[in-house]
Design a protein around this ligand. Structure first.
Ligand code: ASP
Length: 174
């Protein structure tokens, strides 16, 4: 069951009336995907959770529930997950693409960068005219981790051996 605050319900109603049903760009305040990649005893696993982007049309499906877009795990190679504007990730089968790039020898960071650059080359200002956010996180079967964003501000947490580090993702420079 979905619940909106009074403020969110009013803002959504106003958007339906005046927004031309155009999505607002996914920004820091209106997205919440969490992806987790786990390596334990030589086995790799992943999961992701989201309520999806705000300001979307009823029935819209984001990247998180689509295997290969918002999340992909191949226990022979590694795993990847994404956050940000799902349409851009779906368009390139982002997480599956990253796992395939790692299979062919790219590091997790390079594979995430390649996926971000592929998105940047395909997208223009069409997503609300104000740009969009997207980032990927990947882990290889040997434990190597990498991430890349379309701009600054993406962080991820690495928990290893009892320690916990917050890491800033590298990013595409426009
Ligand atoms: N990936 C989500 C979607 O497109 C948005 C988010 O990052 O929360 O639905």
């Amino acid at each position: 069951r979905r619940e909106l605050t009074d403020g969110a319900r009013k803002a959504y109603g106003d958007w339906l009336k005046s927004g031309g049903h155009r999505p607002k760009p996914v920004g820091e305040e209106n997205h919440d995907t969490i992806g987790m990649l786990v390596l334990r005893d030589g086995k790799i696993a992943g999961g992701c959770s989201t309520s999806g982007a705000a300001w979307k049309m009823h029935g819209r499906v984001g990247d998180s529930p689509i295997v290969g877009a918002g999340l992909f795990v191949d226990d022979e190679v590694g795993a990847a997950t994404s956050t940000g504007l799902g349409e851009t990730v779906i368009r390139i089968a982002g997480s599956a693409t990253i796992v395939e790039l790692m299979r062919r020898g790219e590091t997790p960071a390079d594979a995430c960068r390649t996926a971000v650059e592929r998105i940047m080359s395909k997208e223009d200002a069409s997503h609300g005219g104000g740009g969009f956010l997207v980032a990927f996180l990947a882990m290889r079967k040997d434990g190597e981790i990498g991430a890349w964003g379309c701009g600054p501000g993406f962080e991820y947490v690495v928990m290893r051996g009892g320690g916990r580090d917050v890491v800033k993702a590298e990013y595409h420079v426009f």
